[in-house]
Write a protein that binds this ligand. Sequence first.
Ligand code: THU
Length: 134
Amino acid sequence: MTLDELKDAAVSMLDRAHCPYSHFPVGAALECADGSVYTGCNIENASYPVGLCAERTAMAKAVSCGQRDFVRLVIAGRSGEFCVPCGMCRQFLAEFAPELSIICLNGSGEAETFRLSELLPHSFGGSQLDGVKP
Ligand code: THU
């Protein structure tokens, strides 16, 4: 899939967002090393903290289908700002892809690209648990 196609996949998920509380739709498209793509949208809940972000939805779909290697993630919003991943999503994504390339879109379709390690420096990872494993 080309980058433009991956962007289109993320943008098309904006219409699937369930965001009756924030009215802030987010779409995501995650490309795996084998070329497959998993999409996601944000899914809010009347109990606000229960809501899921679009990029975690996409990665949860991919991981639960057996995917472990990820190449690129596009996150699309409709606001004037580039839709960067929230802190919780940065940590979630880093579990599998600390060097993931993240393409953030604003509502005009303009893009800014980040490396996850740039957005989440000095991240907490599984190796930090090594010293306390039985
Ligand atoms: N949201 C995402 O889906 N991804 C992000 O990285 C930023 C925030 C969602 C969560 C919530 O449904 C809405 O945007 C407003 O915060």
